[in-house]
Structures are given as structure tokens and as C-alpha cells.
Write a protein that binds this ligand. Structure first.
Ligand code: HEC
Length: 223
């Protein structure tokens, strides 16, 4: 094969140029598209706004939020005292996962306020195990997450409503766990082992460290 084979015959040149011109035109068409950027001006409407207001009395798909309690945790202006859906093991698992991601950096794994961020100068949150928060209705926790509280930022935009309820249920479980006694164990059921003793419970950035079993703790182990 010689180099000559790649040369374009002179007669084909106009057709080739026309092809280039046509395809270049297509490319520009795709780049300049007939749409308005957000808040851009338009000459088409009398008020010169390109965006139209929603038609009165209509709701965008998925925005109805008919179940006000599910989205606010409130009945009127007071926090409600019940979950809007049944609490299953799956709900608590989800709550634990979301809590450990979103809340432990400040509140700590067990909700005592011993997270990592307060050790770097941010206000230390109150423990969930104080009398006032143990008595607070579950809807209160949902509301604090949704709107924030004091210096705590809101999580309504980052954590979906159902996940916020899962976290609220998990906080209730944490509160139970930190205040449980052997009297809370149903009669006839044995406590399988002594609870682990932590050297360090972890703070969200570090994992919990379990202390080596002592003679006293080992007594509770099943034989
Ligand atoms: C950046 C740190 C930070 C994160 C993350 C955080 N909080 Fe807080 N939280 C705080 C602080 C600080 C306070 C105390 C605010 C104050 O008193 O001004 C607080 C207070 C609270 C309170 C108690 C309100 C009261 O009545 O005293 C609850 C409940 C709570 N947070 C829940 C949560 C939940 C649930 C999450 C996760 C979705 C979360 N927080 C994530 C810092 C945080």
C-alpha cells in the first residue's frame, strides 16, 4: 500500500467540506439548548419571569405530606408520644446504623454526650440519660432532629423522615439499655452473660474497647 491511497481526490473535496459544515452545525445545536436557567429572565411572559408559580390549590407529586405527624412528630404544637409505624428489629437496626453515622460524633455511641467533636471545643450535648430527656416524648426527638436545637444543626435535610423515626426509636432503646436492671429481664429468662466491661466505650471516631474479663465478670458466664 502506498501513501497515495490516503490522499483525497480533488473532486470529492466540496462534498467533504459540506459534510463537515453540516455535522459542525449539529454539534452547536446540541450545545445551545432551548431552556431557561433557574430565575432567568424571559420576554415570553408578561411578568418577565421564566418560572411560573405553582397553580393554586395543587401539590407537586410526592410533596403532599398528608400525614402531618409522620413529618413533624407533633400533634398541634406538642410533641407526640408514639411511633407512626411499628418498631421492628429492622427499624432498630436501621436506627442504630443512622444514629452511629449522624449523631455519635457529638452524642457518643451510648448517647451520653461523649462524642469526639465536643473534645475539640464544640458544646458538649446533654446526655440522653438525664431525667428530662428520659421523660421527653418520642416525637420530641424527631422534632429536635428535624429542626435542630440550640447550637445543634438540623438534620431534616440530611436524614429522611422515616430514618429520623428509626433513630428516635433507637434512642429510646439506648435509654432503656443504660438504665436497665435485672428486674427488667422477663421472669424465667436467664441473663446469658454479664454485660461486657468497656475500657473505653468509643466515641464514634474510635471503636469500643472491651476490658479483659476479670474474675468477677467471668462468674456470670455460662458454664
Ligand atoms: C455537631 C454535633 C452534633 C450532632 C452531629 C448532633 N447533635 Fe444533637 N446536640 C448537639 C448539641 C451541642 C446539643 C445541645 C444544644 C444546645 O443546648 O444548644 C444537642 C442536643 C440534642 C438533643 C437534646 C435537646 C434537649 O432538649 O436538650 C437531642 C435529643 C439531640 N441533640 C439529638 C440528636 C440526634 C438524634 C442527632 C443525629 C441525627 C444529633 N443530635 C446530632 C450536638 C450535635
Amino acid at each position: 500500500m502506498t501513501v497515495r491511497a490516503f490522499l483525497i481526490p480533488k473532486r470529492a473535496l466540496p462534498a467533504l467540506l459540506a459534510l463537515v459544515a453540516i455535522t459542525a452545525g449539529c454539534r452547536i445545536d446540541m450545545h445551545i439548548q432551548p431552556y431557561y436557567r433557574t430565575m432567568a429572565k424571559s420576554d415570553f411572559f408578561g411578568d418577565e419571569r421564566s418560572a411560573r408559580l405553582p397553580v393554586e390549590g395543587t401539590v407537586a407529586r410526592g410533596d403532599l405530606h398528608e400525614d402531618a405527624y409522620f413529618y413533624t412528630g407533633k400533634i398541634g404544637s406538642n410533641p407526640g408520644g408514639f411511633m407512626p409505624f411499628p418498631v421492628t428489629a429492622e427499624v432498630l437496626d436501621r436506627g442504630r446504623e443512622r444514629f452511629n453515622i449522624n449523631c455519635t460524633p457529638c452524642h457518643g455511641r451510648v448517647g451520653d454526650g461523649g462524642g469526639f467533636i465536643p473534645t475539640r471545643g464544640f458544646k458538649r450535648p446533654p446526655s440522653y440519660h438525664i431525667e428530662r430527656l428520659r421523660k421527653a416524648p418520642i416525637g420530641y426527638f424527631f422534632d429536635v432532629m428535624t429542626n435542630g436545637y440550640g447550637v445543634m444543626p438540623e438534620y431534616g435535610t440530611q436524614v429522611a423522615p422515616r430514618d429520623r423515626w428509626c433513630i428516635a426509636a433507637y434512642i429510646r432503646a439506648l435509654q432503656l439499655s443504660q438504665n436497665a436492671t435485672s428486674a427488667d429481664v422477663p421472669t424465667g429468662q436467664k441473663v446469658p452473660s454479664a454485660p461486657p466491661q468497656f475500657r473505653d466505650i468509643g466515641n464514634g471516631a474510635t471503636l469500643p474497647q472491651i476490658a479483659l474479663p476479670t474474675a468477677a465478670a467471668a462468674e456470670g458466664e455460662p458454664k
